[in-house]
Design a protein around this ligand. Structure first.
Ligand SMILES: *Cc1c(COP(=O)(O)O)cnc(C)c1O
Length: 370
């Protein structure tokens, strides 16, 4: 039996009849861009997260870039974030002309360490972008308190954390703005590209509506410069179907994650340890081991797919290293890049498959010096 690391087709199959009907409805409607489906999905998704407005855009990277621009971020600005993330986070900041300023992660949560924020602050700092990596909420209490003290915006990168909860509120409801991706493998995945920004400030909302279409006003006259970044009706209709299943899908992810955690307790692998005040969305179940590459090859030989999120931190990637400013040393960031391994995890993954992966991990770990 082959076990993939992720399986977006299985998620489509699980709701094939409803998704096919939604697609048919759009095809028959004659409205393919920014129509009733997108408006309904924007309203429903923003309400699900706990913000007033949603703005559908072409992908998660654009969602971040437009959220930054709505805050007035430009080439003179600095944006504090982490290098242990999808390079998309950094690409979005660079798209605005601003400088990404990368600080280290907390070694336990692998998310932005709020204790590093003070050293990164300059008169040019405008925004903090915490990334809820793997579906685990960053330390939003400390991050939002720091931002408030220094008059900064918080834009949450929620691309991996649809439905995750920090204290008693969902992630995406804590920042001034939050950016989501609907890339097919994400917890809420389209059958193509898609993204959304959520916020509750009507001024930010109005700016975002203009930014996604050339800076247009109601008369389709560009009052500011914008881009073309829209969510299409087909993806919105598909996402409306899948949003209804998101909590159940996340519950399945958590159940499989709990099974991994119970089965792998005695292996010597470092396992995810979410703090008690969060509900992890388990976009990914990531273990750590110094001999990660050998383990990965061992699992591949047994038909078990894994992935690396992420093997090269953004601040050392050739396309971005010259644009990124690094504060102090990114010790934990660089360590994580060498040790992380994402195991198979998706809502349709069976308990038997998790057992098979756990058995293989036990077999390999027994060969390792302790
Ligand atoms: C997927 C992802 C993005 C970008 O989303 P796209 O829709 O692929 O542009 C941004 N940040 C993180 C952390 C992601 O995982």
């Amino acid at each position: 039996m082959i076990i993939p690391q992720a399986d977006p087709q299985a998620n489509y199959r699980a709701q094939q009849a409803a998704i096919d009907a939604a697609i048919r409805r759009v095809l028959d409607s004659g409205q393919y861009i920014l129509g009733a489906e997108t408006r309904a999905f924007e309203t429903d998704f923003a309400a699900y997260i706990g913000q007033s407005y949603g703005v559908g855009v072409a992908n998660g990277t654009d969602a971040l870039a437009l959220a930054l621009r709505a805050c007035g971020v430009d080439a003179a600005s600095e944006v504090i974030t982490v290098a242990h993330t999808a390079v998309a986070t950094i690409a979005a900041i660079c798209q605005t002309g601003a400088t990404p300023v990368c600080i280290d992660i907390d070694p336990h949560t692998l998310t932005l360490d709020p204790d590093q924020l003070a050293a990164a602050l300059t008169p040019r700092t405008r925004v903090i972008v915490p990334v809820h990596l793997y579906g685990q909420p960053a330390d939003l209490g400390a991050i939002c308190a720091f931002a408030e003290r220094h008059g900064l915006y918080v834009i949450e990168d929620c691309a991996q954390a649809h439905g995750a909860v920090y204290q008693n509120r969902r992630v995406g409801a804590w920042g001034h703005l939050a950016a989501f991706s609907f890339y097919p493998t994400k917890n809420l995945g389209a059958l193509g590209d898609g993204g959304m920004i959520v916020c509750s400030d009507p001024t930010l909302h109005a700016r975002l509506l203009a930014l996604r279409q050339y800076g247009w006003d109601d008369q389709r006259i560009s009052q500011s410069a914008g881009v073309n970044s829209r969510l299409d009706e087909l993806q919105a209709a598909i996402l409306r179907v899948k949003l209804r299943a998101l909590d159940a899908d996340n519950a399945r992810r958590r159940a499989r994650a709990a099974q991994y955690t119970a089965r792998l307790a005695s292996t010597g692998l470092i396992l995810p340890t979410p703090p008690a005040n969060v509900l992890h969305a388990y976009h990914l179940y990531v273990v750590q081991h110094a001999n990660r590459d050998h383990l990965r090859a061992f699992l591949a030989e047994r038909g078990i797919g894994t992935a690396l999120h992420y093997p090269v931190p953004a601040h050392v990637q050739p396309g971005y290293r010259e644009q990124v400013r690094v504060v102090d040393s990114l010790t934990h960031t660089e360590r994580a890049a060498q040790t992380v391994l994402s195991l198979p995890l998706y809502p349709e993954l069976s308990p038997d498959a998790v057992e098979q992966v756990a058995d293989a991990l036990h077999m390999w770990c027994a060969t390792q010096p302790s």
